[in-house]
Design a protein around this ligand. Structure first.
Ligand SMILES: [Fe+2]
Ligand SMILES: [Fe+2]
Length: 210
């Protein structure tokens, strides 16, 4: 009997023919480490043990996200971007160093603004996967998007009574009245509808209040 050659498993761009999604996954993988490194610096700059412990928890969430995104990349045989790894490593270390010199308010404020944008990344990925008929990553992407929202709200809680917030909110378009996503933790979409979040997500702020 002639030997049967098993079909080759598609990898890389063949397995995931969606360049925007591939780039988003590679960017998220590297950006999650930048976030973790930044939170290491943020935690180190704080004196209050409870605040330090909460930031350490958030740091761990970001390491977990990086691990989950890597699993998706590996599932499709997609490479990590060396360029993004270096770029985001430097960004993370820079932010970590800044946390020691820019005072109390700004590390919380800018963490909240960045988290606000991160929320949509994972819901938009759900939408991209769905356009390819792939639903198997929905649960982990939904979970990560919701976790980023929790992070955003934690940071907002820390700065919401600061006298600086109204000024920063005006200039940087994030704060009590402005968010970069439309997720409401009190009235979440079901998992299967999660792809409908961030319908106008284009990297710009102000969809609605968190
Ligand atoms: Fe994250
Ligand atoms: Fe986060």
């Amino acid at each position: 009997m002639p030997a049967v050659t098993p079909p080759l498993k598609a990898t890389g761009a063949n397995a995931l023919p969606h360049p925007v999604l591939v780039r988003s996954l590679q960017r998220a993988y590297s950006a999650e480490r930048a976030a973790s490194l930044a939170y290491i610096g943020h935690a180190a700059s704080l004196r209050d043990p409870a605040a330090k412990a909460r930031i350490k928890e958030i740091e761990q969430d970001e390491w977990d996200h990086r691990r989950h995104v890597l699993a998706i990349l590996q599932h499709y045989g997609l490479p990590v971007s060396r360029r993004l790894e270096v770029q985001y490593y430097l960004i993370g270390q820079f932010i970590a160093a800044c946390c020691h010199v820019i005072g109390w308010f700004m590390p919380y404020f800018f963490a909240g603004k960045l988290e606000s944008g991160n929320v949509c990344e994972y819901f938009v990925m759900m939408r991209h996967f769905r356009s390819l008929g792939i639903r198997e990553h929905d649960a982990i992407l939904y979970e990560m998007g919701m976790k980023e929202k929790e992070h955003e709200l934690y940071f907002l809680e820390q700065v919401k009574h600061s006298r600086l917030l109204p000024w920063f909110e005006k200039v940087f378009a994030w704060g009590r009245g402005r968010s970069r996503n439309d997720v409401d933790l009190e009235a979440k979409y079901a998992l299967e509808d999660g792809y409908q979040y961030c319908p106008r997500h284009d990297g710009k702020p102000a969809l609605k209040s968190p």
